[in-house]
Design a protein around this ligand. Structure first.
Ligand SMILES: C[S@@+](CC[C@H](N)C(=O)[O-])C[C@H]1O[C@@H](n2cnc3c(N)ncnc32)[C@H](O)[C@@H]1O
Length: 314
C-alpha cells in the first residue's frame, strides 16, 4: 500500500469511531519535518538542546562503550543533525539513516555526505514501526543503532517493547544508543509543547494541512484548536486537534462528522524514569549499559548492548 493510501485509510478510520487516534508518523511530510526543526530551536523546547549537550559532553565515553568503526543505523534521523555530534569520536564506517519523510531525509543525507567525504551515507526511506529492509551488514563491522530525540516515547508501552525487541535482533552483537526524555515538572513539559510562537500548534495542524495537500480534503485549519497537556497518570504528553464547532469534512468520499469539542488524538510523548527505561530495554533482550544525563536530569541517553544470542533464540 502506498503512503498516501495508508494515510487516507488511517485518517478515515480515526475519524469514524472512538478512540479517534492516528499515528504521529503522519505529521512528517517535508513541511512537517521543517516545522519539527523549528520546534527544536524554540526556547521552551528543552529536549533538543539538552540531548545535544549530553551527546557533546560525553561523545568520547559513548564511543568507548559503543566501539569505533560501526555500521551505524539511525531510526527517525530527520535532519541528521545529532549524529554529527558523534562522528568525530565514533568514526562509523557507514551511516544508514532511516526516516519516513523521504525528500527531507535525502536532502539531509546528501548534505551530511558532502560535509564528511570519508563517510558512506545510505539513506533508507521507510517506516520503522514495521520491518525496514536495510542493505546487508558490512562484513566485520558491528551494527549499532542510534535513536535520539525521545522518539521512542511516541510509541505506547507495548509498541515500544515490540520496537525494542525488533531492534535487539537487528543490532545483535552491537547495541542501541537511545535518547529518552525524563519525567519532570509538568509545567516545564506543558510549556515545551505549547510554545509562545505557536510552532507546535502549526506542527500539529500540519496533519490536516497535509491531508488537504495529499488527499484533497478541505479542512479549514482555523476551525480547530491545538491541545497539548501532560497526562500524569499515563506519564505522557498528549497532543490533540479539537474541533471548535460541529462540522462535516469529506475524506476520500466519506463524510466525516466532527462534534463541537471532538478531539483527534495525534501524538503521545511518553516520559521515562531511568530505571523504567532500563527495565523495558531488558525485557526486550538488551543489556543496559551506561546512562548519561544532564545536571538538571531533564533528559537521558542510554547505551543498550544487544547480545549476540538472545534468550528467545533458544
Ligand atoms: C521527533 S523527530 C526526531 C528527529 C531527530 N532524530 C531528532 O532527534 O531531532 C522524529 C523523526 O522520526 C521520523 N519518523 C516518525 N515516525 C516514523 C516511522 N514510523 N518510521 C520512520 N521514521 C519516522 C520523523 O520523520 C522525524 O524525522
Amino acid at each position: 500500500m502506498s503512503g498516501r493510501e495508508s494515510f487516507l485509510l488511517d485518517l478515515q478510520r480515526a475519524l469514524a469511531a472512538p478512540p479517534h487516534a492516528i499515528s504521529p508518523k503522519y505529521f512528517y511530510d517535508a513541511e512537517g519535518s521543517r516545522l519539527f526543526d523549528r520546534i527544536c530551536d524554540l526556547p521552551e523546547y528543552y529536549p533538543t538542546r539538552t540531548e545535544r549537550g549530553i551527546l557533546t559532553r560525553h561523545s568520547r565515553e559513548m564511543a568507548e562503550a559503543v566501539g569505533r568503526g560501526a555500521d551505524l543505523v539511525e531510526f527517525g534521523a530527520g535532519s541528521c543533525a545529532k549524529v554529527r555530534l558523534l562522528l568525530e569520536d565514533l568514526r562509523p564506517r557507514r551511516f544508514l539513516p532511516i526516516d519516513i519523510s523521504g525528500d527531507h531525509l535525502q536532502a539531509a543525507a546528501a548534505e551530511l555526505e558532502r560535509d564528511h567525504p570519508g563517510l558512506q551515507v545510505l539513506p533508507v526511506v521507510g517506516d520503522y514501526s514495521a520491518e525496514v529492509e536495510l542493505p546487508p551488514p558490512l562484513p566485520g563491522a558491528r551494527r549499532v543503532g542510534f535513536f535520539p530525540g525521545s522518539t521512542i516515547g511516541n510509541f505506547g508501552p507495548a509498541e515500544a517493547l515490540q520496537f525494542l525487541r525488533r531492534a535487539a535482533r537487528l543490532l545483535r552483537g552491537g547495541g542501541l544508543l537511545l535518547g529518552a526524555d525524563l519525567i519532570k515538572d509538568p509545567d516545564v513539559l506543558h510549556a515545551a509543547y505549547n510554545d509562545a510562537q505557536g510552532v507546535t500548534a502549526a506542527f500539529n495542524l500540519n496533519l490536516l494541512a497535509r491531508a488537504n495537500r495529499e488527499l484533497g480534503t478541505r479542512f479549514e485549519l482555523d476551525r480547530f484548536w491545538h491541545s497539548a497537556f501532560y497526562n500524569a497518570a499515563q506519564q505522557r504528553i498528549e497532543m490533540h486537534l479539537v474541533s471548535r464547532e460541529r462540522q462535516t469534512v469529506q475524506v476520500g468520499g466519506v463524510a466525516c462528522e466532527w462534534l463541537e469539542g471532538q478531539a483527534l488524538h495525534t501524538e503521545n510523548s511518553y516520559k521515562f524514569s531511568i530505571e523504567g527505561l532500563r527495565s523495558l530495554a531488558s525485557q526486550a533482550g538488551f543489556r543496559p549499559g551506561p546512562v548519561w544525563t544532564d545536571p538538571q536530569h531533564l533528559f537521558s541517553v542510554h547505551w543498550l548492548e544487544a547480545p549476540e544470542h538472545l534468550e528467545d533464540d533458544a
